[in-house]
Structure formats: structure tokens, C-alpha cells
Design a protein around this ligand. Structure first.
Ligand code: G3I
Length: 607
């Protein structure tokens, strides 16, 4: 009987860990010291708007504390001004990428993401385009608009992961039907020849054409809570999503004070409405202005109210997984637009004039360590096929979105009995209160083996925990079998995780001969004869309890063994198959346990 060698164990381990081949044994029980670490433990980007050489002097090079605070406290930055038309396109045939490139270089040097802002706004445009618009035809404006988007987005493709494509286009006064837009050179003065939200849609399509990977956002203010403006926004979003406009999400600016707007329930409602369309929410420009004296200093009571406000908004973001980034509009009170825009107010950011953390920083870090992670049944999937639904005893599953966990990937550890530990660096997943073996853990993605003790039940109550912070519970149906075949590229489809007779990986360049035997790795086969032990490496072979059949190319493939994979954790199912003759090329492979078949789309390469 063909038993797996070390290669296959590593193959399965890597396949289980979808995106990573790192084995980190140290745990991240470390309490977060920076906003960046705090965000990483929540799978949340923590960002700040930043300036560079469009400012004189350039804070990034002349102010060491500016650079060090930005580079250590944040995992994302956004140019406050230097990717806007006024800075980056100061004359018709002149692009000024210097300031933007400087920030991108800084971000790359500090392992930070860059969020671009913005490709279209009705104000603060350079004089030349405003003048041009006074005599240009819509067709001419369209050309200028497309050229700008194409030039800027292409320049930053692969460096800017997300763009505010259009900023603040929706009017603050709505009529209640449709979407009332602000007048602008892009819309109606003279516009680019499209009606309604046409110019916004066009901007998204041009941005997508220039960068097939960037996440494209619509960004605005006064959409933090339900209201006429948000309703109008939803009308546009629903239309865009329905017609395949390449929008990925909405930037909610969040320029607020401590008076209570937006309410937590109102903000949550808006995030949920946007997430329901399959879109993300980024908090893009948060600041919390408070009264200050002539020296720009605030009272302790206002600083405390500010800290509570930052914590409250962050809490809503963490409680709604659709919210994937939390960014402030600057980070130090030394560089903020608030004092010049709101006389008597200021001190709106987490770090003070001397870059010292204000109460808001500690409150945000504490919030990330205490707000319960969110668990949803639809995010509990077979680790091989990614199919959600019922779980089977011994099934390797992956849980996405439980947004509290190690900032860096933690791989399998064995307990004192040599079994896969059921507490991996603070990560635990309970099934009816029983802790499951944990394969790997990372904030937002964890893989475990469903305990065999669920066998015979109709459902199981699942709960996630990190460092003792418990998630909500979800009830998931239990089934005898839910087979999924691991794929070679961890996508859940395509060439399977299959070994040929000589223990080499089956592939188009290394196919099996028809009539030959292959070893297929899967999970979700359910119980095995003689029983299995949670987290134990399979001591030897043990047949699946239920009958296992298979087809290759739609033809019956003889199953010579289906059961535990010796040496691999109980729950990985090994199936030895004989490839029917008369087949060649990539052939669809389906393994059926009992009456339940594995996912479609998996292939085996036949010579
Ligand atoms: O760069 C020039 C400089 O050369 C010149 O000497 C100086 C004096 O006039 O002006 C500088 O340009 C200023 C620019 O900021 C860079 O500092 C502009 O006058 C000034 O209007 C611009 O203000 C920015 C404003 O957007 C307009 O672009 C603010 O810093 C920035 O915080 C603000 O940010 C906006 C977001 O983009 C969208 N949401 C609201 C938010 C606050 O208004």
C-alpha cells in the first residue's frame, strides 16, 4: 500500500496554510505596542494621511519624529495632497510625481501599504484645467480626464493598492430620488459628455484599465450615518454593482467631533449596507476635533472624550468585518487641516504637537485587544475546497474573518502528547465547548480540525477565541462527510494535490500513465474504522467508515485505499486511485464519500 513520505506531509501542510509557507513557532501573545501591531492583530490596516515635498519644509526629510512615528505606528499611508491634480498635474503636459514617489518609497522602506487620493474632485484642481474647462468641449474634457487617470494610475500600478477614484461628488442636498451630484468640470461644466453618474463610472473604468489590481473606492463625507446623502450613495452603488462597474468599496471620511455623530448603530448600519453589496468600507480621513487654547492645547476632559470617540468608532469597525481599514487624516497635531478650517478647534489627531501619544492611542490599542472577534458561519469553509456549509468529523476547515489573532502567521505546534495543539499561541476554536486542534493561525484566518466528537450530532456550536477574548457563537450543521480535495495551488480548483507512484507531484509536466496509481489528498471524509484521535498524527492506515468511490474523466476509478494518511494529522484523507485507461491530459477528478462528492474543478494530469 502506497504510504505518504515526508514530501506529502509538507505538501499538505503548505496546502492547508493557504497563502504562507512560513513556519513561525513563536506566539504573538505580545500585547500590541503600536497602532500598527494593534491593527495587524485585527487584520485591519491602520493608516494615516501624510505629506512630503509638496510641503515646505518637507516633514518626511526634515522632521525625524514625523518619519519615525509614521513609519512605526502605521501599516498604511495616504498622500494628503501630493497625488491630487493640483500637485501631480500642475500643467497640461506636466506631471509632478516627485512628492508622491517620495511617499511611496518611504512606505516601501517601512513595509507600508499606499492608498491613493484622489483621481477626481470638483475642487482644488489646478488653474490650467479649470481654465481649459471654460472653453473645452465635453469630448476634450473627456480626453484630459482619461489621460490623467491613465497616466497617474499606470505610474503607481503595483505601488498603490487602493485608490479614491472619485471624491465628494454626491451633493449634500438630495431630493430623495436618484442621485443629485455636485456641479463640476467633470460632470456638467462642461462635463465629459455623460449624464448622471456616468462620469464617475467612466473614471472607475479608466482606472481599472490602467491598473487591473488596484482596489477602487468612492470617497465622501456625511455618509457616516443613515440619511438622504447615504441613501443616494446606495442608489449609485447598487447600480454600479449590478452593472459590473469595478468598484471595490467606499471611503467614509469621518471628520467628526465628540458630540456623538455618527451614532454607533447608525455607522454600523451603513457599513452593513455597503458590505451587503459585496463592497468594503475604509475609514479614510478620521479626525476628532476638540476645543483648544491659543497654544493649540486641549483640556484633559476633551482629550478623554476624544479617546472615547476614537475607541467607539474603531469598535464599530471591528464589529463589522466589512470595515477593513482605519485611517486618520494625518497623525500628529503638528500637521492637521483642522485649526485653519475650524477656528478654536484642533488637537484632532492621535499624536500631539510633539509626536507624543495622546489618550486616544492607548484607547485604540486597548479597543483592538478587547472587542470580540466576529465569527460568521458563511466564513467557515472546507480547508481544501473552500465550500461553506455543514462540517464533518475530522474535517480540516478554515475560518476567515475572525478578526483577532496573531499579527504574523503561526504554524502548527505539537502538545506534550505529540498531537496538534488545541491552543495555538492563544488561538482556540471550540465545538460545543471542545477545543479543536489548530493547524495554523493568523488574524483573520485560522485552520483547525473539526473534533471527531461531533460525529452523530445534527449540529455543533462553534466559537473562536484569542487570548481569552471570545467571539460570538455560530451554529453549524454536522454531516457525516463533506469531502474536499486539496488543489496544488491552494485555490480549491485546478490541478489536485496528487502524488504519482514515485512520490513526485502529479502535474501537466509530470503526468501519471493511464492505468497508473495516484495518491490524492483531501479532507472531510468523516469518521474512520477503529476511530481517530483529535490532532493525532495518523499512526497508520484506517479506512473511512463510509464507502469511498471516485471518477476520473467521468469514468470509475478503482479506489484501493481511502482513509487516514499515515503520518499526517487525523482528518487528512488519502485516497489511492487507479487511473482508468483511455484517458489523457487534465482529467476531472471527483471523490465521493457515501453520497457526497468533492468539489468540481479538480483535475489529475494523465499522460
Ligand atoms: O502646495 C502649496 C504650496 O506650494 C503653497 O505655498 C501653499 C500656500 O497657498 O499652498 C499649498 O497648497 C495647499 C495644499 O493643501 C498643500 O498644503 C493648498 O493651498 C491647500 O488648499 C491644500 O489643502 C488641502 C485640502 O484638502 C485641499 O486639497 C488640505 O491640506 C487637506 O487636508 C484637505 O484634505 C481634504 C481631502 O482631500 C478630502 N476630504 C476633506 C479633506 C479636508 O478638507
Amino acid at each position: 500500500m502506497l504510504t505518504p513520505r515526508r514530501g506529502s506531509g509538507q505538501l499538505i501542510y503548505n496546502l492547508a496554510m493557504r497563502h504562507h509557507f512560513i513556519l513561525l513557532l513563536f506566539c504573538s501573545l505580545i500585547s500590541a505596542q503600536t497602532l500598527r501591531q494593534a491593527g495587524a492583530q485585527r487584520a485591519l490596516l491602520m493608516g494615516a494621511a501624510a505629506d512630503s515635498s509638496e510641503q515646505s519644509p518637507d516633514p518626511l526629510v526634515t522632521d525625524a519624529m514625523y518619519a519615525s512615528t509614521l513609519g512605526t505606528q502605521y501599516s498604511m499611508l495616504e498622500p494628503e495632497n501630493n497625488m491630487k491634480w493640483a500637485t501631480i498635474h500642475p500643467a497640461q503636459n506636466t506631471y509632478n510625481f516627485g512628492p508622491g514617489d517620495e511617499l511611496v518609497t518611504f512606505a516601501q522602506a517601512h513595509g507600508m501599504n499606499v492608498r491613493g487620493h484622489n483621481l477626481c474632485w470638483q475642487v482644488y484642481n489646478p488653474t490650467w484645467i479649470n481654465t481649459y474647462a471654460t472653453t473645452a468641449t465635453p469630448a476634450q474634457m473627456s480626453t484630459q480626464f482619461q489621460n490623467h487617470i491613465n497616466t497617474v494610475v499606470s505610474h503607481y500600478a503595483g505601488k498603490v493598492f487602493a485608490w479614491d477614484v472619485v471624491n465628494e461628488a454626491i451633493s449634500d442636498s438630495q431630493t430623495g430620488t436618484g442621485v443629485v451630484l455636485k456641479d463640476s468640470i467633470w460632470y456638467d461644466q462642461p462635463g465629459i459628455g455623460l449624464t448622471g453618474t456616468g462620469y464617475i463610472e467612466q473614471a472607475f473604468r479608466w482606472a481599472r484599465a490602467a491598473d487591473p489590481n488596484a482596489l477602487l473606492f468612492y470617497n465622501d463625507y456625511n455618509i457616516e450615518a443613515p440619511g438622504a446623502k447615504f441613501t443616494a450613495l446606495l442608489v449609485m452603488l447598487k447600480d454600479f454593482v449590478a452593472r459590473g462597474v469595478p468598484i471595490a468599496g467606499v471611503g467614509i471620511q469621518m471628520h467628526i467631533d465628540t458630540t456623538g455623530y455618527p451614532s454607533s448603530s447608525g455607522f454600523a448600519q451603513n457599513i452593513q449596507a455597503i458590505a451587503a453589496l459585496g463592497l468594503q468600507v475604509h475609514i479614510t480621513e478620521m479626525d476628532v476635533r476638540i476645543p483648544v487654547n491659543s497654544a493649540g492645547v486641549a483640556a484633559a476632559s476633551d482629550l478623554a472624550a476624544q479617546a472615547a470617540t476614537y475607541s467607539r468608532i474603531l469598535t464599530v469597525c471591528l464589529q463589522n468585518p466589512g470595515c477593513t481599514a482605519f485611517q486618520t487624516w494625518g497623525f500628529t497635531d503638528k500637521h492637521s487641516w483642522i485649526p485653519s478650517s475650524y477656528p478654536g478647534y484642533g488637537a484632532a489627531l492621535p499624536f500631539d504637537l510633539n509626536y507624543q501619544p495622546k489618550p486616544a492611542v492607548a484607547s485604540m490599542i486597548n479597543t483592538t485587544q478587547t472587542v470580540a472577534p466576529v465569527l460568521s458561519a458563511s466564513n467557515i469553509v472546507n480547508a481544501a475546497s473552500y465550500a461553506a456549509g455543514a462540517v464533518a468529523p475530522g474535517e480540516l476547515i478554515t475560518i476567515f474573518g475572525a478578526n483577532l489573532g496573531p499579527a504574523a502567521l503561526v504554524g502548527t505546534t505539537l502538545d506534550s502528547n505529540g498531537n496538534v495543539s488545541s491552543n495555538l499561541s492563544g488561538t482556540q476554536v471550540f465545538f460545543d465547548g471542545l477545543a479543536a486542534p489548530v493547524i495554523y493561525s493568523l488574524a483573520g484566518q485560522v485552520s483547525v480540525v473539526v473534533p471527531y466528537e461531533v460525529a452523530g450530532k445534527s449540529q455543533t456550536v462553534v466559537q473562536y477565541s484569542y487570548n481569552g477574548v471570545l467571539s460570538n457563537t455560530v451554529t453549524v450543521p454536522v454531516t457525516q462527510a463533506a469531502p474536499g480535495i486539496f488543489s496544488a495551488n491552494a485555490s480549491g480548483t485546478g490541478p489536485g494535490a496528487i502524488l504519482n507512484l514515485n512520490y513526485t507531484v502529479n502535474s501537466a509536466s509530470n503526468p501519471v500513465a493511464a492505468g497508473g496509481v495516484v495518491v490524492v489528498f483531501a479532507t472531510g471524509g468523516g469518521t474512520v474504522q477503529g476511530g481517530a484521535k483529535d490532532g493525532a498524527p495518523a499512526p497508520g492506515t484506517a479506512n473511512q467508515s463510509l464507502p469511498v468511490t471516485a471518477t476520473i474523466g467521468g469514468q470509475t476509478a478503482t479506489v484501493s485505499y481511502a482513509g487516514l494518511a499515515p503520518g499526517l494529522v487525523d482528518g487528512v484523507m488519502q485516497v489511492n486511485l487507479t487511473v482508468p485507461t483511455g484517458l489523457t491530459g487534465a482529467q476531472p477528478l471527483v471523490v465521493t464519500v457515501g453520497t457526497v462528492g468533492s468539489q468540481s474543478g479538480i483535475t489529475v494530469a494523465v499522460k
